[in-house]
Design a protein around this ligand. Structure first.
Ligand SMILES: [Mn+2]
Length: 344
């Protein structure tokens, strides 16, 4: 049996920092629709949403009705865990509109589906006691659905030892990037988000496809937009024109529909208009943009360190900082502030 595992869709998310938040919110709904279509086209029997289908109070009734339409047209059995960003209202409405959806509660629930049992509970209340009550079916292929952090019980305690006995797959939600874990011999996955919303999430969205007969799991990348990372090394660049050309080259193959995460690195020639050029070449072009300046100034630090000046004193002290990143930051900020002031 094939089963799809997704999580952290965050429908209704405010989506600050993108060119068009309203369009992105529609795309989040479409991503769920695309997953449902994939499930039907590939004969998946079930779709598991391991928490955070909705984003707090932001999910509108129209959004919940859209999910209900997707579920109504899907041939798969849907399992929906609320997780920690759900609120209760959107789920209550979804349950009314789609009584066929299987939800979870504070106690363990076990839903048989052929030779598979999908079980789970909302973490948070009475976790320690509840784990003593966890009894997967020894005759079935057990999938446990949970929303929390595998390393941090602050978000609900995930008992890896309890899961390592009798469970075949753990469908996790909460971390927004796809990742595989092993609890003993048991495979556990964070599906990651179906669509990245911010730069701190996976580069592409996707979901997990489980084949319970083969006992295999695979990640299926599938998203409307993705995050593209580019680095521009400014070390060989000595002119504004050179900088603009290098930047234009770096982004030439990036679709403007994507999120661009661009970092300037290397040694920066004094006077090069980094910010201005970035603004001119990049602003308002991409669906979302992050620009990081990780350069350090190109300076003859040994010579400056020997100068009889406040700048010289500062540089020679700063050169003793062992951490390179910190040293570069201190030098960059300090030299900018000092501007070569003479020591009396
Ligand atoms: Mn989440």
């Amino acid at each position: 049996m094939k089963i799809i595992h997704t999580a952290d869709v965050h429908l209704g998310s405010p989506m600050t920092g993108v060119a068009n938040p309203a369009i992105r919110r529609v795309e989040l709904v479409q991503s769920l629709q695309n997953i449902a279509a994939y499930a039907d086209n590939n004969g998946a029997a079930a779709i598991i949403v391991a928490g955070d289908l909705f984003d707090d109070r932001f999910a509108t009734s129209q959004t919940v009705h859209s999910v209900a339409d997707i579920v109504a047209h899907s041939r798969a059995q849907w399992f929906v865990l609320k997780g920690n960003h759900g609120g209760s209202e959107p789920y209550a409405l979804l349950g009314q509109l789609c009584p066929q959806i299987k939800f979870f509660g504070d106690d363990w629930r076990y839903y048989p589906l052929g030779n598979v049992v999908v079980c789970g509970r909302e973490l948070g209340a009475d976790d320690e006691a509840q784990w003593k009550n966890f009894h997967p079916d020894p005759t079935a292929y057990n999938i446990a659905v949970l929303h929390g952090d595998v390393d941090d019980p602050a978000y609900g305690f995930i008992d890896k030892a309890a899961l390592s006995v009798g469970v075949n797959y753990v469908a996790l939600g909460h971390r927004h990037t796809f990742a595989q874990h092993k609890f003993g011999k048991v495979r556990a996955c964070y599906s990651g988000v179906p669509e990245p919303r911010g730069f701190d999430e996976g580069d592409s969205g996707g979901f997990v496809e489980i084949d319970t007969d083969a006992d295999t799991v695979r990640y299926v990348p599938q998203s409307i937009r993705r995050i593209v990372h580019k680095r521009v090394d400014v070390t060989p660049i000595v002119s504004g024109v050179g900088l603009r050309d290098a930047l234009a080259d770096a982004i030439a193959d990036v679709s403007t529909a994507n999120y661009l995460d661009l970092a300037f690195v290397g040694e920066l020639q004094e006077g090069l208009p980094l910010e201005l050029t970035a603004k001119q070449v990049l602003e308002h072009k991409f669906f979302a943009l992050r620009v990081k300046d990780e350069t350090h100034p190109r300076l003859d630090l040994a010579a400056i360190g020997n100068e009889v000046s406040l700048r010289g004193e500062f540089v020679s002290a700063a050169m003793d900082i062992e951490d390179e990143e910190l040293r570069n930051d201190v030098l960059k900020m300090g030299l900018a502030a000092l501007g070569g002031e003479e020591l009396l």
